[in-house]
Design a protein around this ligand. Structure first.
Ligand code: LLP
Length: 419
């Protein structure tokens, strides 16, 4: 069920009218539904009920402590890619034993932080990283459980900037070199290579590329076992897509059936790293129309949210559905509008030539499906303050990150001593 629905002519999130949040917090503001996150988590985890599966929420999709804590309470682990995300996951209540650390460039400091915390698994992406991890583990007198991320050379058929499993992409170790990598890892002290990791991209709307990648992983598992490497865990990454503008997307059940048919007979523990699937639909960016101007060719709706608050449209040409908070009357006449932000770039455009019933200055709009890769990718470009975040649960809501003030923003700069 959609937790952002019209009731009595106004969009609500769960049982809270959006206008009451704006009255209190102002706009723009990110608003998340707890129930939507819980439902997404349950539908994902129930699809793998019959497996020995660990679901590690990809913190990069939404790293607010209150969001991570929501998943932690449901029993999720975390997939982290930096010391910052590791710190957030631990602070939000996720046990180190449920944390996997991915990423193509972990610094020595970050490896140390992971070892110190005692995380579940490091996913290593190069031979140099294997050596670095081994050296640091030995110096700390510990053993690290390691997955080697392979690059299966599979095209995820998603936006090219978020495709990660093709040979030309920077990620993982070429699958043809996997045997040597595992042999080397086995010979190094301080590391225990027991897992294959794979992640071919994000926002996959078809399961066929998963099928290809997991078939490669299954074949490699058998090969490595025959070479004496005891693979017992497979980390299958994230990537399950969501529908932004009506695209047909696979369900967790469709995805699980691909996992079963390709990897089901290997008796491995499975790790999943879903991000977008768990958070995208749970968030909106609530914004207010500042002005509407008609230049004869186009009607521009200038809103108080911009590309610095939600980068996805500018960076990936990603469309997000936008809805009026006040429910439009069914009979109302539609006109085409371009919805744009106030930042001084033409790329600061959310939608072009989209039909809406008569829009007005001061009206509230909801930019949908922005719970994943929304707030986390925001910046202060044009010296705009970082947007606040609100979490809703039934009829309650709470500020989970206050709006940055200009004073706070300016305080981060300082003049050089000679000025
Ligand atoms: N695991 C690894 C190793 C990853 O690199 C990612 C995402 C995930 C898991 C989670 O993938 P998800 O389930 O969310 O698809 N900023 C882009 C998305 C970048 C994804 C990067 N890696 C966007 O806004 O579309």
């Amino acid at each position: 069920m959609d937790e952002f629905a019209y009731k009595n002519g106004e969009m609500h999130v769960e049982n809270v009218p959006l206008s009451s949040i704006v009255k209190d917090i102002g706009s723009p503001v990110y608003i998340y539904s707890t129930r939507e996150m819980v439902n997404a988590y349950k539908s994902f985890s129930e699809a793998f009920n019959e497996h020995n599966a660990k679901i590690c929420f990809a913190v990069k999709s939404n790293s607010n402590l209150a969001v991570i804590n929501t998943f932690s309470k449901l029993g999720a682990g975390a997939d982290v890619v930096s010391a910052g995300e590791l710190e957030r996951a631990l602070t939000a209540g996720i046990s180190a034993k449920n944390i996997v650390y991915s990423g193509v460039g972990k610094t020595n400091k970050e490896i140390n932080a992971g070892l110190k915390a005692g995380i579940y698994q490091f996913n290593v992406e190069s031979l140099v990283e294997l050596r670095a991890l081994s050296d640091i583990a030995v110096s700390r007198n510990v053993n690290a459980e390691v997955g080697i991320r392979i690059n299966p050379d599979v095209d995820a058929e998603t936006h090219q900037k978020i495709s990660t499993g093709r040979k030309q992409d920077k990620f993982g170790i070429n699958i043809d070199q996997a045997s040597e990598a595992f042999a080397m890892a086995s010979s190094l002290p301080g590391i225990n290579p027991i897992s294959i990791a794979v992640h071919i991209g994000s926002q996959l709307t078809d399961v066929a590329p998963f099928n290809d990648a997991f078939t490669h992983v299954a074949n490699l598992t058998r090969k490595l076992r025959s070479e004496g490497i005891p693979i017992s865990r497979l980390d299958l990454g994230g990537g399950l897509g969501v529908s932004y503008v009506g695209e047909k997307t696979p369900t967790p059940i469709d995805y699980a059936s691909v996992v079963n048919s390709t990897l089901g007979d290997l008796s491995c523990e499975l790790i999943f790293e879903p991000g977008r699937y768990l958070t995208a639909k749970a968030g909106i960016l609530l914004t207010r129309i500042i002005y509407i101007k008609d230049n004869g060719l186009k009607r521009f709706v200038i809103i108080d949210a911009a590309m610095n608050d939600l980068l996805r449209p500018a960076l990936y040409n990603a469309p997000h559905t936008i809805q009026q908070v006040t429910e439009p009357e069914e009979s109302s006449e539609l006109k085409n509008y371009d919805i744009v932000g106030p930042v001084c770039e033409t790329g600061d455009t959310f939608l072009t030539d989209q039909p809406f019933s008569n829009l007005k200055s001061d009206e509230l709009l909801a930019i949908r499906d922005t719970g994943a890769y929304g707030a986390v990718m925001s910046s202060t470009y044009n010296s705009r303050p970082l947007v606040p975040e609100v979490l809703v649960n039934h009829e309650d809501y709470a500020l989970i990150r206050p709006r940055e003030t200009l004073k706070e923003q300016l305080k981060r700069d300082r003049l050089a001593p000679w000025q």
